[in-house]
Design a protein around this ligand. Structure first.
Ligand code: GLU
Length: 441
């Protein structure tokens, strides 16, 4: 049987690192087995769903190379949800309820005060036809709730293992809102079945949904797919990430210069028993991917981990891969090969290239210790005007050594600091050749 997975974001915002984990896992599972990966836009809420976000979701997935084989939109499938709803009505598993949100809130508070779980009391089930008509005339359409079978719902989760949830501890889920809008819980069940989804992998915040969806599927005569729920990401100290997710949007990370393979390599391994390694491709990641390596504990995520990974990936790139970025930094094409050789191991992201080129073109603000002031003045007098060839650095340092008697670190470090304005950086013999002007104090 072909594996079919899906990533089902709601186009109500930008994708963030948490969403990426879900998308990546589903993509890798399909990719590893030559299966199918579907992008499904859960856009049944016309007020919150925006075309702009749908476009952004596609763009972010493309940036990461998480290509999909098929795209679906829930808003185009409303007739399918209506048919399923009718089927549930016919089977006596769907009932209309008229409580207002305030009334429901009051009921919950009463239950909690009496030490009872705040589960919907099914008062609407007891309404007579006449009472229902009267409520409808007074309040308009009700919501539609699915009548749960009050038994234990059990499944073997691909990550969490054997799960058992008592349906009596759950409220009958609302599947259609008062305004007629189908809710995700029903829509997703219909889609997963119609689209032949074999594996549903999503965050552990959906465990309760899964329990109710298993019952809805059974009621509709659908076979349940395999479910797996990955842990949710937390910040580095274990703090909830939800408030920070706005700052961890994939597009912001892209703008900050994070390399897509850094993000993918980290996300494919974080929270698993396998170490994070830089992968060469998504196929590479897919080959070693197995949900069985993941655990239930919340997964700590530190956005700062993405930068050393990005730096290592960049250091290994050929110029051809980064040529556009080198050009965009202002580097003339004839200097690009040497420039990349000089900078590749001295950048964190490609954004740093502009600073290095500025240094080559305009010079740095020199860093000169008080005791080196006279030494640097003397040394600079011994440096000819550019262009500098491959021998320029050794010629210069030899001349300075001879004139001043300095050698080793006390010779080289002050020169480096004066020319580059920093203590560490590229080979000076290489860098010097890129300087467009003679350094000055
Ligand atoms: N639209 C749902 C969400 O983003 C999809 C959950 C699912 O994968 O079923 O949470």
């Amino acid at each position: 049987m072909t594996t079919v997975t899906r990533f089902a974001p709601s186009p109500t915002g930008y994708l963030h690192v948490g969403n990426l984990r879900t998308a990546l896992f589903n993509h890798l599972i399909a990719r590893r087995t030559g299966g199918k990966f579907i992008l499904r836009l859960d856009d049944t809420d016309p007020e919150r769903s925006k075309q702009e976000y749908a476009d952004a979701i596609r763009e972010d997935l493309e940036w990461l190379g998480l290509t999909w084989d098929q795209e679906e939109r829930q808003s185009a499938r409303l007739d399918r949800y209506e048919a399923a709803a009718q089927d549930l009505r016919d089977k006596g598993r769907f009932y209309e309820a008229f409580e207002t949100p305030t009334e429901l809130d009051l009921k919950r508070k009463k239950q909690l005060n009496m030490g009872q779980p705040p589960v919907y009391d099914r008062a609407a089930l007891k309404l007579s036809e006449t009472e229902r008509d009267a409520l409808r005339a007074e309040r308009g359409m009700g919501v539609w709730r699915f009548l749960l079978d009050q038994e234990r719902i059990e499944w073997t989760d691909g990550i969490l293992g054997d799960l058992s949830i008592d349906a009596a501890s759950l409220s009958d889920p609302v599947l259609i809102r008062q305004d007629g809008q189908f809710l995700y819980t029903l829509a997703s069940v219909v889609d997963d079945t119609d689209m032949g989804i074999t594996h549903v992998v999503r965050g552990s915040d959906h465990v309760t949904n899964t329990a109710t969806q298993i019952q809805i599927m059974a009621a509709l005569g659908f076979a349940a797919p395999n479910f797996a729920h990955h842990s949710l990401l937390t910040g580095p100290q274990g703090e909830a990430l939800s408030k920070r997710l706005g700052t961890l949007a994939l597009r912001d990370l892209r703008a900050a210069g994070v390399h897509p393979m850094a993000l993918l390599s980290l996300m494919a391994r974080l929270g698993s028993s396998q170490p994070v390694e830089i992968a060469s491709s998504l196929d590479d990641l897919a080959a070693g991917f197995d949900l069985a390596h993941f655990g239930a504990a919340p997964t700590k995520f530190d956005v700062d981990d993405l930068y050393p990974l990005t730096a290592r990936i960049l250091a290994a790139q050929d110029l051809s891969v980064v040529a556009d970025a080198v050009r965009a930094a202002g580097v003339p094409d004839d200097l690009a090969p040497l420039f990349w050789q000089v900078t590749r191991e001295n950048i964190t992201t490609l954004h740093d290239l502009a600073g290095w080129w500025q240094l080559c073109r305009d010079g740095a603000a020199p860093l000169v210790d008080a005791e080196d002031q006279a030494f640097i003045t003397e040394a600079l007098a011994l440096l000819p005007e550019p262009p500098y060839g491959p021998e320029a650095w050794s010629n210069w340092t030899n001349a300075v050594k001879e004139a001043t008697g300095r050698k080793g670190k006390s010779l080289f470090m002050p020169l480096r600091k004066a020319v580059t304005g920093r203590e560490r950086g590229p080979e000076m013999a290489d860098l010097l050749q890129l300087l467009q002007n003679k350094p000055t104090l």
